[in-house]
Design a protein around this ligand. Structure first.
Ligand code: G
Ligand code: G
Ligand code: MN
Ligand code: NA
Length: 253
């Protein structure tokens, strides 16, 4: 209760920030996009990852307001970067509450209009919990989002239970291989097999695949070998401020 209020105050007080982590094409090593990742710049504790407050926040009505703010902020930023890097794509994580609110499609349409971001340059990241509901309302919402032209990424892919049948039903355009499978991909044959299987699955369904949590050249080489198109991870860049991202990846020359 107290923590919930602290979170709401922090948000209203402008203590939340959006960081950006580069996403890289494996065919030409170019930065092709970014994932927007929220941070709480806590006055005493410094920069906090949402991992430390996501559970509390995601249960609360304010999750929708925070999610809306992240979406708008990230789209404003992406609209600038898309003029410097044609086709630059922005990935934005959705809270479950946003997906259930019944106004997500309207919100996304409004934000695209307002920021003039090309719909194909926005990718919404959805976790399995949302897709698991497997109801007509969820299906319709995802179809409506696709009709706007935005991409739909299945986040943390492979960690859940019903991942396969969900793919058949929903208009997902990208799989994000969870970083837990990437970590030991060079030493654990099981993880290697999972990564290959997800890659194969993505290709069979006509979806793009991005690997998360890439930290080493050896992991990168494995991913290239199996034909993965894109990667994201500390090897290419940590989540950083928009200013840092611009300086490193956009304002080059
Ligand atoms: O950035 P980091 O790896 O610390 O993020 C921890 C978790 O919080 C990840 O699962 C990430 O998807 C999630 N997360 C980060 N930013 C956002 C956000 O803006 N909205 C939602 N819904 N989740 C986020
Ligand atoms: O669940 P989601 O994929 O949205 O979470 C992204 C999270 O992964 C962020 O919190 C981000 O900080 C973290 N992350 C991104 N790249 C790496 C990496 O190379 N290694 C590790 N351990 N974490 C990473
Ligand atoms: Mn994500
Ligand atoms: Na993930």
């Amino acid at each position: 209760r107290a923590f919930e209020q602290e979170l709401r105050f922090a948000f209203e007080n402008g203590e939340f920030e959006v960081f950006y982590q580069p996403q890289v094409s494996l065919s030409n090593s170019r930065v092709v996009g970014a994932e927007a990742l929220m941070r709480w710049s806590h006055p005493q504790q410094g920069l906090l990852s949402p991992a430390s407050f996501m559970e509390v926040l995601s249960q609360k009505p304010s999750a929708s307001a925070v999610g809306e703010w992240v979406l708008r902020t990230a789209c404003q930023q992406a609209a600038k970067w898309q003029s410097a890097i044609p086709g630059f794509r922005m990935g934005v994580n959705l809270f479950e509450a946003q997906c259930r609110s019944g106004r997500l499609v309207t919100l996304v349409r409004e934000v695209l209009t307002e920021t003039r971001l090309s719909p194909e340059n926005l990718e919404l990241e959805i976790v399995e919990n949302v897709l698991l509901h497997n109801d007509a309302v969820t299906l319709r919402m995802l179809q409506d989002l696709r009709s706007l032209g935005v991409g739909l990424a299945f986040d943390d892919y492979g960690t859940g239970f019903a991942a396969l049948s969900l793919l058949k039903r929903y208009p997902v355009t990208r799989l994000k291989i969870d970083r837990s499978f990437v970590r030991d991909v060079n030493t654990d044959p099981t993880d290697a097999a999972v990564v290959k299987a997800i890659q194969y699955l993505g290709r069979s369904f006509g979806m793009d695949v991005i690997a998360e949590g890439v930290e080493t050249e050896a992991q990168l080489n494995f991913l290239k070998q199996v034909g993965c198109n894109e990667a994201q991870g500390y090897l290419f860049g940590r989540p950083m401020t928009a200013a840092q991202f611009s300086q490193l990846f956009v304002d080059v020359g």
